[in-house]
Write a protein of this length. Structure first.
Length: 200
């Protein structure tokens, strides 16, 4: 029996709660969502006459690809992704949300980033919920890479600050699907936030 498993068994027998993992992962459904996006992207790019998003020759072509990928997202969210419930990460758009207790939320971009750097800004609005956030990027082929892990309200001092702000630069973002996974780690508390992803 491993040391961790032995501790878990003893803690369970004595009624102690094991501490929540400090690290937050990219989200169990990130791979599926990103894989479906890349599969659809190939069809949309071919229809628009682009070899890849960065190689779309005109702004109009880029806008056409983006519009069609958003349409696909809306369809998939109501059909093939209905049970896993990801949210769309729109670039240059402020998104708001609320993590309750040990709940979570996965945001994924509807198409790969066109710029090489994407700045992720998460602003706490209210609440004291300890929440881990993983910022990730997924390459064509399905390789999911965790870029950074940040934590809100990890201690009493942080809980007293209702305006925590975290900023992460995702470098090498071009042609990658960007995702942000919120993972609540405290029972009975909440975290309200805004999320903003800005290509640089």
């Amino acid at each position: 029996m491993s040391k961790f498993l032995m501790v878990a068994v003893v803690a369970g027998a004595l009624g102690f709660a094991l501490p929540a993992r400090a690290e937050t992962e990219c989200g169990t459904h990130t791979y599926k969502v990103a894989s479906d996006i890349y599969q659809q992207l190939d069809k949309v790019l071919k229809s628009a006459g682009c070899a890849s998003m960065p190689q779309c020759a005109t702004v109009a072509k880029v806008n056409t690809v983006v519009k069609n990928m958003v349409k696909f997202w809306n369809w998939a969210a109501q059909n093939s992704w209905a049970k896993i419930g990801p949210r769309r990460l729109d670039f240059n758009t402020a998104l708001t949300g609320r993590i309750v207790s040990t709940g979570g939320r996965l945001f994924v971009s509807a198409h790969p980033a066109i710029k090489d750097t994407v700045k992720i800004t998460i602003q706490e609005i209210d609440g004291k919920g300890k929440t881990g956030v993983a910022i990730c990027k997924t390459a064509r082929g399905g390789k999911v890479i965790k870029v950074a892990n940040v934590m809100f309200n990890p201690n009493d001092k942080a809980k007293g600050n209702k305006r925590e702000r975290k900023e992460v630069l995702v470098n090498g973002a071009r042609s990658h699907v960007i995702s942000v996974h919120f993972d609540g780690k405290s029972v009975g508390n909440t975290l309200q936030y805004t999320l903003h992803a800005a290509p640089q």
